[in-house]
Design a protein around this ligand. Structure first.
Ligand code: NDP
Length: 237
């Protein structure tokens, strides 16, 4: 497919998992794709060779680095903020610095990246942030801190959709449920808990999430903005 030929796409956090599937999808659809990574240099380089995308090291915990990366990649037709980390466990035991780092990666980076991208984004531009179905419904204990970051994504999406709507730029969140990645492997210890809460008793595949991202970035989604697009196997049903 060449649906995104001539379009410039930046994926923050594209080296593994859902982000890598998003990079593959846009590259296969003809876009010029750049993506960032932090820890997974080898995976990033392999993906760049495979897809023809450009990889650049940028730690999403570093606000100024994120802003500079977006600025230097622009003007963008599509920004996808996928980079995220998940800390789970008893809130009385979690390390406070690590919680704050997660907030920088999952909340501050999407906000500042979206604002920076919008400075030079043309009409028809698309900003898509990967949230989570837990933004609507936690389902079980031990994920309060992660959940607060994904609920914050909802606020930034709603607010920036109104700010940038007059310029023809849409802002949306994709909210996956359990997806088979390093973060949440299908054979991991949470499997039985998760499947007990889902209408479809399986993990999603990264390419299923990438398909929804591609739809939101394409012409058929021009009227969708300020919205949370949940794709969770019926976890929240
Ligand atoms: P993975 O852990 O498999 O991959 C995370 C990706 O984000 C990697 O490419 C990683 O790059 C990148 N990343 C992490 N931290 C940073 C950082 N500080 N700077 C730059 N990049 C970073 O996770 P998933 O693919 O599963 O998750 C992707 C997104 O989807 C996240 O936002 C997550 O919260 C969300 N999500 C995932 C679900 C799931 O079940 N898998 C469910 C709901 C939402 P590198 O390795 O190079 O650091």
């Amino acid at each position: 497919m060449a649906g995104f030929k001539g379009k410039s796409v930046l994926v923050l956090g594209g080296s593994r998992g859902i982000g890598a599937a998003i990079v593959r999808r846009f590259a296969a659809d003809g876009a010029t794709v750049a993506f960032t990574y932090a820890g997974s240099r080898e995976a990033a380089e392999r993906l760049a060779t495979e897809t023809g995308a450009t990889a650049a090291a940028t730690d999403s915990a570093d606000r100024d680095a994120v802003i500079a990366r977006v600025r230097d990649s622009g003007p963008l037709d599509v920004l996808v903020v996928n980079a995220g980390v998940a800390m789970m466990g008893d809130p009385l035991e979690l390390d406070a610095d690590e919680v704050d780092r997660m907030i920088r990666i999952n909340v501050q980076a999407p906000y500042h990246a979206a604002v920076e991208a919008a400075r030079r984004m043309p009409e028809g531009g698309r900003i898509i942030v990967i949230g989570s179905n837990v933004g609507d419904h936690t389902g079980f204990p031990g994920i309060a801190a992660y959940t607060l970051t994904k609920a914050a994504v909802q606020g930034l999406v709603r607010g920036l959709a109104r700010d940038f709507g007059p310029r023809g730029i849409t802002v949306n969140a994709v909210q996956p449920g359990p997806v088979d990645t390093d973060m949440n492997p299908a054979d991991g210890p949470l499997k039985d808990t998760l499947y007990g809460l889902m209408a479809l008793r399986r993990h999603g595949r990264p390419d299923e999430i990438a398909g929804l991202v591609a739809w939101l970035a394409g012409p058929e989604a021009g009227f969708a903005t300020g919205a949370m697009h949940t794709i969770d196997g019926g976890f929240n049903a």
